[in-house]
Design a protein around this ligand. Sequence first.
Ligand code: NAD
Length: 399
Amino acid sequence: MSKTVLVLGGDGFCGWPTSLHLSALGYEVVIVDNFVRRTIAKELDAPSLTPIASIDERLNTWKDVSGHDIDVVELDIAQDYPELRRLLASVRPDAIVHFAEQRAAPYSMRDAAHKAYTVDNNVNGTHNLLAAMAELGLDTHLVHLGTMGVYGYGGDGLEIPEGYLDVTIDGPDGARYPRKILYPTKPGSIYHLTKSMDQLMFQFYAGNDHLRITDLHQGIVWGTQTEETRLAPALINRFDYDGDFGTVLNRFLMQAAAGHALTVHGTGGQTRAFINIQDTVRCIALALANPPAAGEQVRIINQVAETRRVRDLAELVSELTGADIEYVDNPRGEAAENDLVVSNATLKNLGLEPILLRDALLTETVDIALRFIERANLNTIPATALWSGRAEREISQLD
Ligand code: NAD
């Protein structure tokens, strides 16, 4: 019998291609989403560059091309605990993949109202889910999308382990006691703060209620399409390039497509972790196939393919597109250069051979930027004057 998986946030950038991939693998998929991402795109007047079909059209198209049904439930997991509990009680899923959070650091830092919204949405949503799973005594495997960004970018070049740090504490008797603790977080935005708080909630519920939890600490996702979203135009994935939700690579690609120079802040020496969207969906399938046992500590996996400096990304896009690179002042008091070394041993051991930025898929992403350039809101591509006014937020969109 096929396994049932709830995909919370299954209409979003990572959730949609994951839903299709799991459906193609034979899972019974139920998408749960309140469609707030579509509402926020209107609030910011920043729709996806790629045209996003309605959820009904998306699902009907998937049925036509694959023969598989995906169900959808409109639900706000942060605000409607009773309905969430009812849904979990009736479906009793084998697994849940949790993407349903406000994920833009710049958006979370706009003002007090956006800070409060991000805390309310992310912390309540995650907690409601855990409380409902515990109350119902579900033996469901929860896979959550966390971020490498929780650790900050200290730049000391020491390898960030997968979740835990082995320490020894000096006892009063003079002996040294080994302990395993969560690797300390250093959140740089309210969004990252909520992701840090998620970790403590997972630790509590794994210990107290023996919930089985995998937390995937993901790098910045690049790319647009996956094997499944390529199958029909109505299945196309999001491409966000605005100052809040766009990530640095998409911004460079849009600047190139629009004939602008690629604007790099400072020396471009900031190093970040990256993963392609196709690998995101593969990693989630691998995590689902390898659940931790009940009573085990939270399994934390770094979902990262490679780390790159921002200027290397700019050079890569420049090589592909011929765009110029312009170095502009970095308005933030951050280190001009930082190193980032991340262990990704678990996913490699599970068999992932990651797609790297050098691979041909980057060309496809360039093609998408060019194909839909007429849909772009050119005002959101920073010219120099506009750039300096938005600079604070542009920098933090790196992660
Ligand atoms: P997204 O905004 O495109 O998707 C999130 C989805 O969740 C949206 O469809 C939204 O409508 C839904 N949602 C939000 N709050 C909800 C609620 N209260 N109830 C129901 N649905 C709700 O974001 P994404 O890029 O797909 O990111 C998904 C997850 O992956 C996030 O948790 C994010 O932190 C994590 N992540 C993303 C990246 C990245 O580069 N995109 C990197 C690291 C981690």
